[in-house]
Design a protein around this ligand. Structure first.
Ligand code: DAH
Length: 365
């Protein structure tokens, strides 16, 4: 082939390819045209490319350039045809589709009512200047009892009143049956009999959030103004106002010259903020080992009253156990039941409802 023949041959080929691709009505026709012109073995461009070998060396660069330009044009025609077909397919799919049809409604979940309550209580106490502290749910006897002025012989420490845990150390390395799902979270084992525990530290699921008072004071010099919210555990029989696991909000304020009047003001403000200004609360004299004097706090419920927590002035023994000087500082503390507060607010008459996981109940909050 001479260079003179080369351009006309290529013009013809380009025109034929463009015609084939632009008239291809479906994917099969596009594919047939692709094989005819761009096929790797016997496509027409391939044939031309082979013919390049016969061109005199001096003309080869020009011929090569020309060939490449043509190849690009043919490839562009193929791409255009593919695009045209794809657009047509989408358009066909949209015919008969009513874009005004309402979609399938999505059901969004929301926070559990107890979690919502916890968030709101944090908010209220935050406005009164209390910050949030946390403590572990698996506790030692020092924080759950001893430092809170609850001595070894106290009935509150009875194994029947608490969920004691057997730990690896307490078992003296003896292999114990594993509770499925619990081991990964810290090597907890089923309870051991008292005698088997020996002298190793005894752990339990905390029975009160007052533990966090101790943990905070151990690490913070006064003044202190904290709340702590979380789960506590007691082997109580579940009924309308009890559950073996429930939540408490603990409060602690330590400063110079804190008085009982401060405690009452804070609790009244707290109750008014959460339950409404028309809800009455009352204080009854009571006893807790870690407060002196102590009160129980009731809220109005129907015709009567419902206890929602305990409170008092922090006992000097407790202040001393964390290294505070009771002659320098004083303070108040309180511990309230979150489930009961939430139930009162929403007129729920049985706190077991919170833990049945019945969405018909839960979606109302
Ligand atoms: N820890 C007590 C309980 O669970 C409640 C309580 C009473 C907490 C008096 C306090 C307090 O901080 O001062 O029954």
């Amino acid at each position: 082939m001479s260079l003179q023949d080369f351009p006309s041959q290529l013009d013809e080929l380009t025109a034929a390819a463009q015609q084939a691709f632009s008239s291809a009505a479906d994917a099969d026709a596009v594919e047939a045209a692709r094989v005819e012109f761009l096929g790797a073995k016997s496509g027409r461009l391939k044939a031309v490319q082979k013919g390049l070998g016969a061109i005199p060396p001096a003309d080869k660069p020009a011929a090569g350039q020309r060939f490449n330009a043509v190849k690009q044009q043919v490839e562009a025609a193929l791409a255009a045809a593919q695009e045209r077909l794809a657009a047509a397919t989408t358009a066909t799919a949209l015919v008969g589709y009513d874009t005004t049809t309402p979609g399938t409604p999505l059901t969004l979940g929301h926070l559990h009512p107890i979690t919502q309550t916890i968030e709101e209580l944090k908010d209220i106490m935050g406005r009164l200047g209390f910050s949030v502290a946390e403590g572990p749910e698996v506790e030692d006897e020092w924080h759950n009892f001893e430092a809170l002025n609850i001595p070894a012989a106290h009935p509150a420490r009875d194994p029947l009143e608490n969920f004691y845990l057997a730990t690896l150390e307490a078992s003296g390395g003896r292999k114990l049956p594993v509770v499925p799902g619990v081991e990964e979270t810290g090597g907890l084992r089923p309870p051991l009999a008292m005698a088997e525990r020996g002298t190793a530290p005894t752990m339990l699921l905390r029975s009160q959030t007052s533990t966090v008072q101790i943990r905070v004071m151990e690490h913070t010099p006064p003044p202190v103004r904290i709340i702590s919210l979380g789960r506590v555990y007691r082997p109580d029989t579940a009924d309308a106002t009890h559950y073996p696991m429930f939540h408490q909000i603990e409060g602690l304020l330590i400063d110079r010259q804190v008085r009982m009047a401060d405690l009452k003001s804070v609790l009244r403000l707290f109750a008014a903020s959460y339950l409404g200004h028309d809800v009455h609360i009352r204080f009854r004299p009571s006893f807790f080992p870690f407060t002196e004097p102590s009160v129980e706090v009731d809220m109005q419920w129907g015709q009567g009253w419902m206890e929602f927590g305990g409170a008092g002035m922090v006992d000097p023994h407790v202040l001393r156990s964390v290294g505070y000087d009771p002659d320098e500082v004083s303070g108040f503390a309180f511990g309230l039941g979150v489930e009961r507060l939430c139930a009162r607010r929403h007129h729920v008459t049985d706190i077991r409802e919170f833990y049945k996981n019945d969405v018909r109940f839960l979606h109302q909050f």
